[in-house]
Design a protein around this ligand. Sequence first.
Ligand code: ADP
Ligand code: MG
Length: 246
Amino acid sequence: MSARRVDLKENSSWYCIIDVVNKLIRVENLTKIYGKGNTQTIVLKDLSFDLDNGESLCVIGPSGSGKSTLLHILGGLDNPTSGKVSINGQLLNELNDKELSAFRNKTIGFVFQFFYLQDYLTALENVILPAKISSETPKDIEKRAMELLGMVGLKHRMKHYPNEMSGGEMQRVAIARALVNNPQLLLADEPTGNLDKDNANKVIEIFDAVHERGVNIILVTHDEKLGKKFDTSFHVDKGALVNNHR
Ligand code: ADP
Ligand code: MG
């Protein structure tokens, strides 16, 4: 368990304290609506769930069901129309832009379907990039980045550029990059969606190893089979939660 100290407000209850220690994430009545009137699109419908520290979650749903929107809101990259998200007891909507950005950098790592590596940087430089703003010495950051590239099996490719790597390798660099700031939570959006079966399996094995290290993972996918590899999974359909497996 990796609970963090949180400054409790005066009116806190024991419930709140227990929540802070155990709950990684709490989502309450989350709704996201784009547009107005006739052009209105309801993307997320009154979604509620929670996740304990140490649990991993897979959200499964077809294309257009609202998975990316959900993940962006959980990671503080987008705002809900209504409802609340709290991480470690911290309500995301109570943070201003600067605080949210600092919270994100410290707590959350992102992995996307299309990797989004910088073409002009080597694998090692890509992994180091998100840590540039930290107060650590460049040497310490580089050491950790190399260790992470070792964990994803790519230490020998650290001086290579993305255009010299396969899709599977690029995704493994992207995972190392997502971990460089020691996040407590890794959010992954269809991370195997662009990979063949072998590379997809490798990526899932790495997620297992990352989870073993105590990082919580929330992965969204259209791939039913991935759900079985997670502590918890649920389906979303047209933005609504349809069933929950624990
Ligand atoms: P998924 O990741 O499951 O494929 P998304 O979260 O990307 O689903 O999208 C869910 C729905 O929200 C889709 O119907 C999409 O067209 C719609 N949508 C996403 N972003 C916007 C937007 N900025 N404006 C209007 N509709 C949007
Ligand atoms: Mg998506």
